[in-house]
Design a protein around this ligand. Structure first.
Ligand code: SF4
Length: 815
């Protein structure tokens, strides 16, 4: 007996597609086979495990219990592009990582689709900067664009439904399979053509020469800026303590005119030294000074060539040292001149100066004589120029477009070559070189590691960073002080307002602003919520990397509760940009306390359940005990901070030792461990969650009343209600929101105990409405540099535990 094919097709449409109208829209009637192929493909998408930046955090959230993308048949994340047919490009497409994006796309099996998730992947977003490709469709075809910065998890689900809808309408997918002409397999198959369907101008082809409207292209020094005209007082001057006076005397006795003590620093004792003597001074400060500076905290540079008031030298090296024994900081300034300036390397005094000097060479072209491996660290090795020089372009749209030939030019260095450069030796024939990253399940962001293995034992390793370089420091030089706040959210994209806080503390130091008690308390409460959000994500993902599949669903459940509170208060989940100079953007909303109370009362019970589920698991403990240890001496010498330092037995937490934002008023403990291994790092972070909960409870119970922003309207954006009552407030609102406030000329460094460790912001003001120079000292940078100390001698699977336990994050590493 025959059958009615058309009737059967209709039955399939009705039963399987449930959308006969969609099928009727096909340009040519599809066969039953085509309909079935489309139906199968739309319901069994296999996304690649792939993410570039903050948008990926929201993408990953979609895979956990609250959002549950399994409902769409798209939860099977593939580790290899050859097994995947969907690439969700979530995050910023950095020029250094772009070659990997195209390679992955080429390696995917056909049919293949691409979703561009978030403003950065769509157009470069807020990163029109030298290191960022202005949209992934400059490189590969995109089927669906999702807007947002970041898009919410629901937006990704909507994007997926949109893609399924496209697949459902696909024309004759069987034809290319059968080798017949016509038909379509996979996503958009037209190749983008330069100047026709793609262009360096993010508005698309045909817009060349037409000025872009809006502040994004307004020259930063526009004429008649009223903020330049406004009077602001000079910055405050540090009153030297007795110990600092002793130090001054000792420096003057030892070095005489070779080291000049600055009389009017804002934040810490500051000494100017010539390049010829800087290494002697550093050595003396480390080993002989009455205040011993055990830690090399930071090194950066300032290009002095565009100062409003010209200075006599061209560049300044800025060293920051920390004394843990005396709780002191010291700044050394080293003036340099010439187009190719030089200074001696400090790697003989602190080995960890290695990366800092490489970065300064890379970004400023300052050569460190005697450095063991002076080569680029952040930028691609074929990059022309040194991007943080004032003469270098800052916008991607001022530069030539990033096209296929750049992909070829910016291929990463060969893995064996990286090892050879490191130790000037070749791996022996018996050794095996393993490349991990820059995109890998376990690297927690786009970072690359090269391991030299003897069997399973790691005998050497090299790190390759810079794949997440968003030019954040250069961007600061072209944004008003307020405009830069949203960029700080994204510097460590899991720490949100905790990053805002460090940046603002530096500005508030220069402006001498007193923040109202209520605003300080809210800042503390939100910072601790972000610590919880970070630690919950760390906990779930670290143990997932070690084979425990369940915990991430639990920790993300509580993380969603935390994000709900953050969103209720600030209006955003990851990137609230909610702190302002002198306070907050707004006061707390009604009902905040009910949500917070519910959370703090229930969270300890959840932590106990994590303990039963995770910490008490004997297999997990056996995998991380004794693995990746680092001694306290090495940890200090290499600049480790935060939980990674406290896991070595040092009770050093800036919230206690140099309290800020009122932390001295809270009762909490500093968890420490002695062994410095993965288990110790794990336990410190684990216990910190309960301490954060304690702090939040105290914020809840003791929330002061009063203003949410300082009344110092020379710098702060006035409270809206004040602008409706007096003209002065209105004028200041207008000027500070448009031109931005004028910050007194000077330099300041602020540092906080961020979730990952000590995060510092060094700012230089030239007395204008935007930073002259901004630099971020990240917590993860020294940690990743010190990884060989924790890694060599362990086994390959231990490496995954080690990098998970150190909890670095790519955006603050690369900035
Ligand atoms: S800045 Fe971050 S969150 Fe925003 S679009 Fe870019 S990657 Fe996504």
């Amino acid at each position: 007996m025959g059958y009615d094919a058309e009737a059967l097709t209709k039955a399939v449409e009705a039963a399987v597609l449930g959308d006969a109208e969609a099928v009727r829209m096909l340009p040519e009637r599809a066969s039953l086979g085509d309909v079935l192929v489309n139906w199968c493909q739309m319901n069994s998408l296999w996304p690649l495990f792939f993410g570039l930046s903050c948008c990926f955090i929201e993408q990953a959230t979609v895979f956990t219990g609250v959002y549950d993308i399994a409902r769409f048949g798209a939860e099977v994340l593939r580790g290899s592009p050859r097994q995947a047919d969907l690439l969700v490009v979530s995050g910023t497409v950095f020029k250094k990582v772009a070659p990997m994006v195209t390679r992955i796309y080429e390696q995917m099996s056909r049919p293949k689709w691409v979703i561009s998730m978030g403003s950065c992947a769509n157009t470069g977003g807020m990163y029109d900067v030298y290191s960022v490709v202005q949209g992934v469709d400059q490189l590969i075809p995109v089927d669906v664009y999702i807007t947002g910065c970041p898009p919410r998890p629901e937006a990704l689900m909507y994007g997926l439904i949109t893609l399924q809808d496209m697949i459902k309408r696909k024309n004759r997918p069987l034809k290319p399979v059968l080798g017949l002409s016509g038909g379509q397999l996979g996503g958009r198959d037209d190749i983008l053509e330069v100047g026709v369907s793609k262009d360096r101008d993010t508005r698309g082809p045909g817009m060349q020469g037409i000025p872009v409207r809006g502040t994004s292209v307004t020259p930063p020094g526009f004429a008649g800026s009223r903020s330049e005209e406004m009077w602001t007082p000079p910055p405050p001057v540090l009153e030297f303590s007795a110990r600092q006076t002793v130090l001054r005397k000792a420096i003057e006795e030892r070095f005489g005119e070779l080291a000049t003590w600055r009389e009017d620093p804002v934040d810490m004792p500051t000494v100017t030294v010539s390049a010829d003597h800087v290494v002697d001074v550093l050595k003396w400060l480390k080993h002989e000074s009455p205040v011993k500076y055990e830690r090399f905290e930071d090194l950066t540079a300032v290009d002095e060539s565009t100062r409003k008031v010209p200075v006599e030298h061209d560049f300044t090296l800025v060293y920051t040292l920390t004394s843990l024994s005396a709780v002191e900081r010291l700044r050394l300034r080293v003036p340099l001149s010439g187009a190719e300036p030089e200074a001696p390397t400090a790697t003989s005094v602190w080995a960890c100066a290695n990366w800092y000097e490489r970065e300064v060479w890379d970004m400023f072209g300052i050569r460190f004589v005697g450095h063991p491996e002076l080569r680029r660290l952040i930028m691609p090795r074929t990059w022309p120029g040194h991007p943080l020089r004032k003469s270098e372009p800052h916008r991607a749209t001022e530069m030539a477009p990033y096209l296929e030939e750049d992909v070829l030019r910016m291929q990463p260095e060969d893995a064996g070559e990286l090892l050879r450069r490191l130790h000037a030796t070749s791996p022996t024939k018996r050794e095996f070189v393993l490349n991990i990253g820059p995109h890998h399940y376990s690297t927690h962001g786009v970072v690359r590691f090269v391991l030299e293995l003897h069997g399973e034992e790691i005998v050497d390793m090299a790190s390759d960073i810079g794949f997440h370089h968003r030019g954040a420091e250069k961007i600061a030089e072209h944004q008003s002080w307020h405009q830069y706040i949203p960029y700080t959210d994204r510097l460590d994209y899991l720490s949100g307002v905790a990053n805002n806080l460090t940046y603002l503390l530096a500005i508030e130091k220069l402006c001498d602003i007193t923040v109202p008690a209520r605003a300080q308390c809210v800042r503390v409460m939100l910072s601790e919520f972000f610590r919880l959000s970070n630690h919950l994500l760390w906990l779930g993902t670290m143990v997932q990397d070690l084979g425990m599949m369940t915990p991430v669903f639990h920790t993300f459940r509580e993380r969603e509760q935390v994000l709900d509170i953050i969103e209720t208060i600030t209006g955003a989940r990851l990137h609230p940009a909610w702190l302002r100079i002198g306070g907050l953007a707004m006061d707390l909303p009604e009902g905040w306390d009910t949500m917070v109370r519910d959370f703090v009362s229930g969270f300890p019970k959840r932590v106990r359940s994590y303990h039963r589920l995770i910490s008490g698991n004997p297999i997990l403990r056996a995998r991380i005990r004794g693995i990746g240890p680092i001694t306290l001496e090495d940890a200090i010498d290499h600049g480790l901070t935060g939980p990674n330092l406290r896991a070595c037995g040092k009770e050093w937490d800036l919230r206690k030792v140099t309290p800020y934002s009122g932390y001295e008023q809270y009762d909490f403990d500093i968890p420490t461990r002695e062994d410095g291994d993965c288990l110790a790092r794990y336990e410190v972070r684990f216990e910190e969650m309960l301490q954060s909960n304690r702090i939040i409870s105290q914020c809840l119970e003791g929330m002061p009343s009063g203003r949410h922003i300082s009344e110092d309207y020379r710098y702060c954006i006035p409270d809206k209600k004040d602008t409706l009552e007096d003209i002065e407030s209105l004028i200041h609102h207008f000027i500070n929101a448009t031109r931005g406030p004028k910050v007194p000329a000077g330099e300041a460094y602020a540092v906080t105990e961020s979730p990952r460790g000590e995060q510092g912001f060094y700012i230089v003001s030239d007395g204008g409405n935007m930073p002259y120079r901004l630099h971020m000292r990240s917590a993860g940078y020294p940690t990743v540099q010190a990884l060989p100390l924790m890694t060599i001698g362990h086994l390959l699977p231990d490496f995954i535990a080690i990098i998970g336990s150190t909890d670095y994050i790519a955006p603050d590493l690369d900035r």
